[in-house]
Write a protein that binds this ligand. Structure first.
Ligand code: CTP
Ligand code: CA
Length: 225
């Protein structure tokens, strides 16, 4: 069904994709980050562009080249990503939140490299980052919203809770750990919506991204038409 209309299922549709980790600086030489490679988000951006969408890719710090035909905005921290996504979202028809946004940042960034004090440890005080997806969901003119949920346990229940809490149209839930998810090329996704869950066949991220984008396009059109 998702492929039945053939190529260019997203012709003229404005799609914003976020991808990669965020880095939260501790001092001039250290940061808090996470294991996201950005590959899934970049593959989603590429697949959407292949389907004719106008794609804006907001990318955290990753080592990936920009997919053909995609407009890329590089950011570092969650707050930079928040600002970039909110400004791009004003024109967006679909927002796909594939970034692994850091939930917390150091409350203060030290101006100079933190030095050891004798043989003592160090406690960092953290502040919660803004929730980009929840803020987009709160916009008066909100795009079709697709979240990701990377979980190590209770995959469907946690993903469904995110769908409801953030009032999303779809959640792409993927199991991480044991050779799946972050830092790997294979991924398995369960697509959760208000009317149920569908398991996408496990595949390399590029193939999986095309499958996912096809299903997103079909549901986006069904809601819009
Ligand atoms: N997300 C976001 N802004 C944040 C945190 C998360 O936009 N500050 C988005 C992610 O890009 C993803 C979705 O929300 O699409 C779910 O992220 P996830 O980390 O799984 O969920 P959280 O809501 O952060 O909850 P928790 O980490 O506590 O499970
Ligand atoms: Ca989180």
């Amino acid at each position: 069904l998702a492929r039945s209309r053939g190529p260019h299922e997203l012709a003229g549709v404005n799609v914003v994709v976020s991808a990669g980790p965020t880095y939260e600086d501790i001092d001039p030489v250290r940061f808090l980050g996470n294991r996201s490679s950005g590959r899934m988000g970049f593959a989603v951006a590429e697949a959407a562009a292949e389907q004719g969408a106008n794609v804006t890719l907001v990318a955290g710090p990753v080592h990936l080249s920009t997919p053909r035909g995609v407009r890329r905005i590089d950011v570092r921290s969650a707050r930079e990503m928040h600002a970039a996504v909110l400004s791009a979202a004003a024109q967006a028809d679909i927002y796909i939140a594939a970034a692994a946004v850091g939930d917390f940042r150091p409350s203060e960034i030290a101006a100079h490299k933190i030095k050891k004090q004798g043989d003592g440890g160090l406690s960092l005080v953290l502040t919660q980052n803004p929730d980009i997806l929840a803020d987009i969901a709160g916009l008066a003119r909100r795009p079709f919203l697709v979240g990701f949920a990377a979980e190590t346990e209770n995959l469907e229940a946690y993903a469904r809770a995110k769908l409801e809490r953030k009032r999303l149209d779809l959640v792409a839930a993927n199991r991480v750990g044991n050779g799946l998810g972050f830092e790997t090329d294979e991924n398995a996704i369960t697509l959760i919506s208000a009317d149920g869950a569908e398991q996408l066949p496990t595949a390399p991220k590029c193939e999986l991204a095309r499958d996912l984008v096809g299903r997103i396009a079909a549901r986006y059109r069904a809601k819009r038409d």
